[in-house]
Structures are given as C-alpha cells and as structure tokens.
Design a protein around this ligand. Structure first.
Ligand code: SAH
Length: 243
C-alpha cells in the first residue's frame, strides 16, 4: 500500500512552500489536484504522473487518491494555501475513512489569511476569524449570521471567496451587513494574487471596500475597532502601551 500526502502548497511562490511540503512532493509517484494548483508546481513534478482535475470533482478526486494509494502508489493531493482551510483535507479524510484507508499525512501550508496579512502589515494581530462568502455549500443565511456575530464580537475578519463570476456583488453585500454594526470608517484592506504574478495590495475603509472589485484570488481583511492605518499598513494592536 502507498501513502496519501495532502499538501498545502502556500499561496503560489515556491519560496512560500514549506520544506516539509517540498519533501512530501518529492516522495510521491503521483500528483493529484485542481489544474490551477498543479500549474504552480509543474516544474517540481518532473517524472511524476500528474492527474489534473476540474473544480467540483472533489469527491472523485479523493476516491482516485485512495484507489491509487491502495494500488501501491504514494500520492500527493495538492491544494493552494493550507489543505485544511477550505481545502481537500476534510473531504479526503471522509472518503478515506469510508474506504477504510488510513495511511494519510496532512502537510500544512501558508494559508491566504497569513500570506495576505503579511502583505498588508499586521491586520490580524489580535483575535480573528475567517469566513468564506461562497454559498455553494453553505446557505447564505448562515454566512450572514456569522458576519453579524463576528462584527458583534469585534473580531478582525478575513473573508475568503469574496467573489466569483456568478457572485460578483457578494463582497458589497457582506460589507453592507457588516456596516449594520461597524462604522464605515473601519480600517480594512485586501490582497489579490498573494505570492503570485500580479500581486495587488490595498488598504481602505469598510465603506470604500463595498465598492471594490474582488475576484477569485482576492482575500479581504476587516480590522477590529482598534485597527488603524499607518504608513500604508494595517496595524491591529496587541494592546502594548507603545510610547
Ligand atoms: N486552501 C486555500 C483557500 C482556498 S479557498 C488557503 O488556505 O489559502 C479560495 C480562496 O482563497 C480565494 O477565493 C481567496 O479568497 C483565497 N486565496 C487563495 N489563494 C490566494 C492568493 N494567492 N492571494 C489571495 N487570496 C488567495
């Protein structure tokens, strides 16, 4: 029997991949993943079998991994960022448990909340939460509730999946919900294409954020009530009395 490595590749730049992830990749015979992610590591995959899949074939992708491992191959299932954050770690574990297969290693990666935060300064220097705006598998009412309660709790909020072709206005909708409880002057920011070509970073207010255009590679940051902008960077204080 082979082993399955579920690997978080980080945001894209090879230098932002952990050494453990690179080692696991080189220990594999087959690399399985969404085409866009395989593109990020194609150079590192010479001599390996590549199985590239499209979006929305997640269960099939996991079943393929289990079949390959049972047939004796070491398999890398790759995701961007961290595999456990809106990634393939949980579906793979569910599919593998059903099949009675358990030789699995989950290799962590730098998730977009962390690579994006670093580009913006220190926006998540205090308690924070991450919320995905994708209502593909989560009812929108639950997303709204989480936004309201996160605002109520004065958490720094990181929004994943703020837009797609079909959900062009979701970021604006989310900002309007947050503005029921948060002032439009709240310090915010977003990052596009962290660790990839075409990186964009921007700091702005919550009111301005509502009019910004997000895409599938955008991660959005909403500060807490203490967050401020200094020299173009977001700072969420930890509470030190810095003179
Ligand atoms: N597993 C990934 C998240 C997958 S969900 C991770 O841990 O990062 C997809 C969402 O992640 C995107 O809509 C975007 O919000 C965010 N994202 C992924 N890669 C990104 C990048 N390079 N720059 C900015 N945001 C990114």
């Amino acid at each position: 029997m082979g082993k399955i490595y579920v690997i978080g590749l980080g945001p894209g730049d090879e230098k932002m991949m952990t050494a453990q992830a690179a080692d696991a990749l080189s220990a594999c015979d087959v690399v399985v993943g969404y085409k866009v992610y395989i593109d990020l590591i194609r150079d590192m995959c010479a001599g390996r079998e590549l199985i590239e899949s499209n979006m929305r074939q997640e269960q099939k992708r996991c079943e393929t991994c289990v079949e390959l491992a049972v047939s004796g191959k070491n398999v890398a299932l790759v995701c961007s960022g961290d595999a456990g954050v809106y990634g393939m770690a949980s579906p793979l574990l569910e599919v593998a448990a059903k099949a009675g297969f358990d030789d699995i290693a989950i290799i962590p990666g730098v998730t977009a909340a962390l690579s994006g935060a670093a580009l913006l300064g220190a926006p998540i220097g205090h308690d924070f939460c991450v919320i995905s705006l994708s209502d593909l598998r989560t009812p929108w009412e639950i997303i709204e509730k989480r936004l309201r309660l996160a605002a109520e709790a004065d958490l720094c909020i990181v929004l994943y999946n703020p837009a797609s072709h079909k959900r062009a206005d979701y970021l604006e909708r989310a900002c309007r919900i947050l503005m029921e409880r948060i002032d439009g002057n709240r310090s915010c920011g977003y990052v596009k294409n962290a660790g990839r070509d075409g990186t964009i970073r921007k700091v702005c207010t919550l009111g301005e954020l509502a009019g910004e255009e997000a895409d599938m590679f955008t991660t959005v940051f909403i500060g807490n009530s203490q967050t401020y902008i200094k020299n173009g960077r977001l700072i969420t204080p930890r509470g030190y009395d810095i003179q």
